[in-house]
Design a protein around this ligand. Sequence first.
Ligand SMILES: O=c1ccn([C@H]2C[C@H](O)[C@@H](COP(=O)(O)OP(=O)(O)OP(=O)(O)O)O2)c(=O)[nH]1
Ligand SMILES: [Mg+2]
Length: 167
Amino acid sequence: MVEILIRRLDEDVPLPSYAHPGDAGADLTTTVDLELAPGERAMVPTGISLALPDGYVALVHPRSGLAARCGVSIVNAPGTVDAGYRGEVKVMLINLDPAEPVRLRRGDRVAQLVVQQVERARFVEVERLPGSDRGDGGYGSTGGFASGPGREPVTPAPLPTVFEEKQ
Ligand SMILES: O=c1ccn([C@H]2C[C@H](O)[C@@H](COP(=O)(O)OP(=O)(O)OP(=O)(O)O)O2)c(=O)[nH]1
Ligand SMILES: [Mg+2]
């Protein structure tokens, strides 16, 4: 078990806690009351900052209960808390419900922190990559969608290039 140094930025803020032994995610709470209209997002403070050991990351994951009951998710899920980050951990909540606003109170559990070891990579540039069974097949290349064929992945339409004369 890894030890993580933690600072409370707000009195009474509970430390992240695992609801059950064996849980992967430790719950984070909001330090503010907030209301999110349908489609609205907010950067929600958790009142804690961390010093993760080198080689670790903390990922800010949504809670499935909030998602299932209220349609609340995290815009950048999972958020990445880098080992060197010493600022307040924040949660970018979004209300994806098309009709209902959602109200959250200070102390409500709004996200869960998953701590993981990470591998750092050295990126080695080459002219040609080694072949593989999959090759460049992706984005549904193996089939199996209920909607069947005929629906293509959405790709952005190119914007017309506008040249502005500089004076
Ligand atoms: O859900 C999140 C995501 C990020 N962070 C903090 C910790 C993280 O180390 C820092 C930067 O996050 P990220 O690298 O995802 O954002 P960026 O847009 O790349 O910003 P930067 O240029 O500061 O790296 O913001 C959070 O508190 N919560
Ligand atoms: Mg970054």
